[in-house]
Structures are given as C-alpha cells and as structure tokens.
Design a protein around this ligand. Structure first.
Ligand code: GDP
Length: 169
C-alpha cells in the first residue's frame, strides 16, 4: 500500500526537449520549475477509486542524473517526441540501460510518444512506437503535454501496473 510515507517513485526519462518538464508540471498542477538536477514532486492521486501517492522524479539529461534515477525508481515513463526521431532512438538506448539496472519483468515502464498534437511534424509513426514497446516489453501511449492529452492516463497507467505487480506478489 502506498501512502505519504511510502510513495511510488516514478521516474521521467528521455532525451532533452521531449517534454519531461511539461509532464512534471502537469503532474504538479502547473507549479513545477526546474531549479535543481533531480526535481522531486510528491502527490496523492486517485486511480480507480483508490488513492496512490507518487513521488515524481524528473531527470535532466545528464547521464549521471538519469543513471542515478534508474537505480531508485519503482516505475518509469520513457519519453520521446514523435517529431524527433533521434529522441526515439535515445528512448531505446535508455530502455537497454534500464534493463541493466532493473529486472526486465518486474519494473513497470511505459513508452510515451509525446507531442502527438504536432501531426505535420511527425517523424515516428504510431505503429513504430507500438512495435518498439512490444520489443521492449513495455506499454505504449501517445500523449500531448501541450494539449494535456493522455498525460494523466500515462500516470494512471503506471499506477495500475505498479498495483498489478504488488497484487501478484
Ligand atoms: P524536457 O527537456 O524533456 O524537459 O522538455 P520540455 O518539457 O522542456 O519541452 C521542450 C519543449 O517542447 C518546450 O518548448 C515545450 O513547451 C514543448 N512541448 C512539450 N510537450 C509538448 C507537446 O506535447 N506538444 C507541443 N507542441 N510542444 C510540447
């Protein structure tokens, strides 16, 4: 059971500019600002009628910061931008690195294709994103932080996965 004393640690990973800060600020309710390297925000949200406390860690793109969070997270939102193919490749690299830190089958991960509002600038198709998630054994969602589309669905999805893991223990 999570609560203020025992929150789920959810880590935002991804290349620079994919929308991690935008995600964190939606999570925090618009007050999130980058002042330190490992930003932390804790919040209790209701998912399927049950409260869940999440500590959200936003990593800067520094390798050291991402690696540090890879060791401490309970779950991961692995972001790329659908308008930026290199960020999609970076997400794959991060997934591989994550596998070295975390056992494959027990760590909830959602691959998040952000900026889906920018349809004309799309460089990564939905089916590529989905296929990548299948290969990497994680869930997939496309979001738009700018339109506030599917962002909470991503957070709720990660909580559901954490509960499934908890309940199967
Ligand atoms: P970070 O480097 O991963 O923290 O990325 P940011 O959250 O700072 O976002 C980088 C830029 O992309 C900013 O100018 C954001 O306003 C913009 N951005 C983030 N998410 C979206 C989105 O879903 N759609 C659009 N159009 N722009 C976005």
């Amino acid at each position: 059971q999570t609560g203020p004393g025992n929150p789920y640690r959810v880590v935002l990973l991804g290349a620079s500019g994919v929308g991690k800060t935008a995600f964190a600020s939606i999570f925090a309710g618009g007050t999130f600002e980058h002042e330190q390297k490992n930003e932390v925000c804790e919040k209790t949200v209701e998912v399927d009628g049950e409260p869940a406390t999440i500590t959200l860690l936003d990593t800067w793109d520094a390798e050291s910061s991402q690696q540090c969070n890879m060791q401490t997270g309970d779950a991961y939102l692995l972001l790329y931008s659908i308008t930026d193919r290199p960020s999609f490749l970076r997400a794959s690299e991060l997934r591989i690195t994550l596998r070295q830190f975390r056992p494959v089958h027990h760590t909830p991960i959602i691959l998040v294709g952000n900026k889906c509002d920018l349809v004309r600038r799309r460089e990564v198709s939905v089916s590529e994103g989905r296929a990548c998630a299948a290969v990497f054994d994680c869930k997939f969602i496309e979001t738009s932080a700018a339109m506030q589309h599917n962002v909470w669905e991503a957070f709720h999805g990660i909580v559901r996965q954490l509960r499934l893991r908890r309940d199967s223990k």
